[in-house]
Design a protein around this ligand. Structure first.
Ligand code: IMP
Ligand code: MG
Length: 172
């Protein structure tokens, strides 16, 4: 595995994002909604870097199936979503690839009556977007390679790694 982004760099960037978000959401009724399962490490660090009061919720989305690195059919599950009516929502995901997950989630959450919805992705993969929207906040722009670690998986492995690594063709 080729190491792409070390933990120190992630920590540094997450604290910058937290500071920026704290200014934007000061005095607002913020709910941070994480997209399971990939958001877990980023979300846990990001909410600790946001120093204004907020609530936390989760939804589940999956598009990658097993050993495939290509997106499959998108499945969204919003059963665990808390009440976001009138609240300012920040959706947090690990990576913006084709953009289908975040664009569909924004649409799905609109019907729950939030005051605003913004999106944050730790990683933004270059040259892959299939939708018009882009995340309002992103940590790092990366080339079109398959990455794992810090929440991201390949066939459910590697999520626990504290850094982001790129898998070679031979490892996929
Ligand atoms: P999108 O809907 O194509 O933007 O994909 C978003 C989801 O696909 C992310 O939440 C990840 O779960 C997964 N994904 C996309 N690219 C990668 C990758 O390089 N490694 C691991 N998971 C990925
Ligand atoms: Mg995901």
């Amino acid at each position: 595995m080729r190491r792409l982004i070390e933990h120190d760099a992630i920590e540094q960037r997450v604290s910058e994002l937290g500071a920026e978000l704290s200014e934007i959401y000061r005095g607002k009724d913020l709910t941070v909604v994480g997209v399971l399962t990939g958001c877990m490490l980023f979300m846990a660090d990001l909410v600790r870097a946001i120093d204004v009061p907020h609530r936390i919720g989760v939804v589940h989305a999956s598009s990658y199936r097993g050993r495939s690195t290509r997106p499959g059919e998108l499945a969204l599950d919003t059963q665990l979503l808390p009440d976001i009516r009138g609240r300012d929502v920040l959706i947090v995901d690990d990576i913006f690839d084709t953009g289908n997950t975040l664009s569909h989630l924004v649409e799905a959450l609109q019907s729950a009556g939030p005051n605003s919805i913004r999106t944050a992705a730790l990683l933004l993969k270059e040259g892959r977007a299939e939708v018009e929207m882009r995340p309002d906040f992103s940590g790092f722009t990366i080339p079109d390679v398959f990455v794992v670690g810090y929440g991201l998986d390949y066939n459910d492995d590697y999520r626990h790694l504290p850094f982001i690594g790129a898998l070679d063709e031979s490892e996929l």
